[in-house]
Design a protein around this ligand. Structure first.
Ligand code: NAP
Length: 326
């Protein structure tokens, strides 16, 4: 019997509830491959799930995204062979581990010119940016796009890709250093939203123009002000809750703020179909090859230091994509 090292939670709570355990690793089932993980992507949803904000049946593994090398294949797997480098972003919880069996149809091969670490920093966050910019709303040249937490993992990719599509991009971040990172990622203007009057600063910077689309992943602290920053008939995309869940609103407020549209999407339904997931990944890899989307590697943590990785993310000490190295 083989064994794997895997992060398990038996209760919700602080980062210290995550424990690295030795668990049995069965042979892959007929439709699975066995992976030796080479890099694991941290995503903010891992925090929500660890805390129980998005409840899970316990005990549970954590982590959605990783890259790895194929070390064994199930009897019915034809699309991958030993030694292939692959990535995934939605194959059930358990990416926080060194070895793992994964259904082959949830995997994509990593192009030769993309490293494993780059792929682990891009596959979940890049496919999130792909559906937000290409499906939730098809961003067009000349549109004014507001992106919160623009120095973060998803935020930098949104800035890069929206800029590549020809949009005028305004990014927000919590410090002058992070504002500079957002601008380096493609934001035309960066606003420090740790200042109370950031919507006024935004309007001053745009000459009074509001955003055609607001991408808000911060939630509680920004959501109501995001509604104020959207142009009449504009779209507010609430796609995260880094500061806590957004407050409930009466639908009538959308009328008062200018006949706004509001949506609360998720990456998982957009990639539930395995064939569509591969199409989405192909579009991401094309955007990378075109130079629009680049990896924005931030800090790396060993899997044994997983609690430190979560503390860093929750205290807003991270920028770009945080990796966990098995
Ligand atoms: N719905 C979906 O399909 C989907 C998919 C992927 C990710 N997401 C969401 O997208 C967001 C970005 O994900 P990510 O993994 O790339 O994380 P991230 O942006 O690297 O980290 C979250 C960022 O949120 C900002 N933030 C604002 N208030 C915060 C607070 N009170 N505590 C902690 N952070 C705060 C911080 O940037 P500043 O310091 O600049 O404020 C922080 O760096 C998350 O909200 C995540 O849940 C949603």
């Amino acid at each position: 019997m083989k064994f794997a090292r895997k992060v398990i939670i038996t209760e919700f709570g602080a980062p210290e509830v995550m424990l690295v355990k030795k668990v049995e690793l069965p042979d892959p089932a007929a439709n699975e491959v066995q992976l030796r993980h080479t890099a694991i992507g941290f995503n903010f949803i891992d925090v929500y799930q660890r805390k129980g904000i998005y409840p899970l049946p316990l005990p549970s593994g954590l982590g959605h995204e990783a890259t790895g090398v194929v070390e064994a294949v199930g009897s019915e797997v034809t699309q991958f062979k030993l030694g292939d480098r692959v990535a995934y972003m939605s194959a059930g919880l358990g990416a926080y581990s060194d070895y793992r069996n994964v259904a082959a149809d949830r995997l994509v091969g990593i192009p030769n010119d993309i490293s494993d670490e780059q792929a682990a920093s891009l596959i979940f966050k890049g496919i999130t940016a792909q559906y937000l910019l290409r499906k939730t709303h098809q961003v067009k040249a000349g549109e004014l796009i507001l992106i919160h937490a623009a120095a973060g993992g998803v935020g930098q990719i949104l800035c890069q890709w929206a800029k590549g599509l020809g949009a005028f991009v305004i990014g927000t971040a919590s410090s002058p250093e992070k504002c500079a990172i957002a601008q380096a990622a493609g934001a035309d203007i960066a606003i420090n939203y740790s200042k109370e009057d950031w919507p006024a600063a935004l309007l001053e910077a745009t000459g009074g123009k509001k955003a055609d689309v607001v991408y808000d992943s911060v939630g509680k602290d920004t959501f109501l002000k995001s509604l104020d920053c959207a142009a009449p008939f504009g779209l507010v995309v609430l796609f995260g809750a880094a500061s806590g869940p957004a407050p409930a609103i009466e639908p009538e407020i959308l009328n008062k703020k200018g006949c706004l549209f509001l949506t609360r999407p998720s990456v998982f339904p957009h990639n539930a179909d395995a064939a569509i997931f591969r199409e989405n990944a192909a579009e991401l890899f094309t955007a990378i090859a075109s130079g629009w989307v680049k990896s924005s590697l931030g800090a790396r943590f060993k899997i044994d230091d997983i609690a430190a990785a979560h503390h860093a993310a929750e205290s807003r000490a991270t920028q770009g994509a945080t990796l966990i190295i098995p």
